[in-house]
Design a protein around this ligand. Structure first.
Ligand code: GLU
Length: 515
């Protein structure tokens, strides 16, 4: 079923974009159907529209395509808006924001569709179809039996006016179909070049308004793009097959179509479908598992072109801000082959973003609040009875210390770093060790610098001077300082606790034995 051809050079497209830009203000839309939650592919479409709008001082519109009432998922619209907001995408016009071209929910635009449908019925581009489901099923079966592509045979196209009238008067259920041509139609895709396709080879006249009175995607989408003054349609390549149909609808209305650009698929690095290896690809999932929005955005945009040189593959990964990405965005640089996500990069970007935030005093304060929230969730009882003693200064110190060591904020409340937040409780205290611990405590008190950089050397010297086995002594110190068996090295542990806390914990252990 190869019916798409490509034969226009990209330079022709540059001219196309330039021509359009000078004539029309850029107005783009992200038009999801609330049949599920926003996932990686959807966010990519939203982002590319957003960057394109921002780059050209244009308008980014959110339109909810909810005409398929049977597939609506409760709460999806709210979640969608929340996910977009979390990602840092600013919606200029939309269901919540309003705007002069509203309503922005298709289910609230039924009057508009009804009016426009009349235009197509009156000018003979559309017609009532009274075929029953049973007939359509039989038609399908028959085609399959004859090894033909199942498609509607356009029977009702040929009904006389009187016949249609009589059927309508007798209350026969009907839908409305749009007359497609049997010619090859073409358009210049901003990303793929010229696309030509003869729709009639694969389908009959499509339904544009269902028997329940609701428009189908194609009809509502074209009517809305026209009345919302959309200048460029940037959407996933899965919709490319529908675009020639849309062009025919524009022609039937005698409207000028917008420019179309289709974004290639996003795949895993091994070419498999995204959800197969990524597991949960819902945006909400990334958010809940501690991924920063800017890390996720960089992960997506590094996977399919559309940006100037800095972003290219072999450059050392950098987590770019929205402003930097907007500056670099260039629609002519989007690849027409599938984009491959490099799974391992997500965590790298998250680490870079965390590092950036820790070094920015405003962002650092927000992180302090977030850490407190994480602690509340991870250790609710301890928070309630105030047995977590760290104050904001200490959290800041921990964050600075962790900047190069962790990749997610939630790592700080993992088992490995639990010792940071509360003083350990010890089920057993061995008196024999007390003397050595008192000695090490006094040596550290005297000699340890506040920046803790010499802690390793000091501990080694201490063991040598006292003829103590280093490994065993480290084991003991780990138990005394953290109460746990695993975690970072003793030097790391001491440096995150800081000199004062380290000494305090040694002291508490020593004092316990004296009781
Ligand atoms: N409602 C369609 C979707 O879910 C919109 C496609 C388009 O952008 O035209 O993706």
């Amino acid at each position: 079923m190869l019916f798409l051809t490509k034969y226009v050079s990209k330079s022709v497209l540059y001219i196309c974009i330039r021509r359009y830009k000078t004539e029309t203000a850029v107005r783009v839309r992200f038009a999801p159907s609330p049949t599920g939650y926003l996932h990686l592919g959807g966010l990519r479409t939203a982002l590319y529209n957003y960057f394109f709008a921002k780059k050209h001082n244009g308008t980014f519109i959110l339109r909810i395509e909810d005409t398929d009432q049977t597939r609506l998922v409760p709460g999806a619209v709210e979640q969608l808006q929340e996910d977009l907001q979390w990602s840092g995408i600013i919606i200029n016009e939309g269901p919540t924001q309003g705007g002069t071209y509203g309503p922005y929910l298709q289910s609230e635009r039924l009057d508009i569709y009804r009016k426009q449908l009349k235009v197509l019925l009156d000018n003979g581009s559309a017609y009532h179809c009274f075929c029953t489901d049973k007939r359509l099923q039989l038609l399908k079966k028959e085609s399959l039996r004859n090894q033909e592509i199942p498609k509607y045979d356009n029977k009702c196209r040929h009904l006389s006016k009187e016949n249609v009238q009589a059927n309508l008067e007798s209350g026969k259920p009907s839908c409305i179909r749009f007359k497609i041509t049997d010619q090859e139609e073409s358009f210049d895709d901003l990303i793929y070049g010229r696309i030509a396709y003869n729709i009639s080879l694969n389908e009959g006249d499509p339904v544009i308004v269902k028997s329940d009175g609701f428009p189908t995607y194609h009809f509502a989408n074209v009517v809305d793009d026209h009345f919302m003054n959309i200048s460029h349609v940037l959407r996933g390549v899965e919709w490319q097959i529908s675009t020639t149909k849309h062009i025919l609808l524009y022609r039937a209305f005698n409207w000028k179509p917008p420019l179309f650009g289709h974004l290639p698929l996003l795949m895993n690095s091994d070419g498999t479908k995204l959800s197969k290896r990524q597991g949960d690809i819902k945006i909400n999932h990334f958010r809940e598992t501690g991924i920063f929005p800017q890390a996720l955005i960089n992960f997506i945009v590094h996977s399919g072109g559309g940006f100037t040189k800095d972003l290219e593959r072999n450059v050392k990964p950098k987590c770019y801000s929205m402003e930097e990405l907007t500056q670099q965005f260039d629609i002519t640089k989007i690849n027409s082959h599938s984009g491959k996500v490099m799974e391992e990069r997500l965590i790298q970007f998250n680490k870079l973003e965390l590092h950036k935030k820790i070094n920015d005093s405003n962002e650092l304060e927000k992180l302090v609040t977030e850490v407190k929230e994480l602690l509340k969730v991870a250790f609710p009882k301890r928070v309630e009875n105030n047995s977590i003693q760290l104050n904001d200064d200490q959290i800041r110190d921990v964050l600075r210390w962790s900047a190069t060591r962790i990749s997610k904020l939630s790592d700080l409340v993992s088992k490995k770093f639990k010792f940071v937040w509360f003083v350990p409780t010890h089920s057993t205290v061995i008196n024999d060790e007390i003397e050595t611990l008192a000695l090490v405590k006094s040596r550290l008190e005297k000699k340890l610098d506040d920046d803790m950089s010499d802690v390793n050397v000091l501990l080694k010297e201490f063991c040598q001077d006292h003829g103590i086995k280093y490994r065993e002594f480290m084991h003991l110190l780990r138990y005394v300082l953290s109460g746990i068996e695993e975690g970072p090295s003793i030097a790391e542990m001491m440096s995150i606790l800081g000199k004062e806390n380290t000494i305090k914990r040694l002291e508490m252990y020593i004092n316990k034995t004296k009781v």
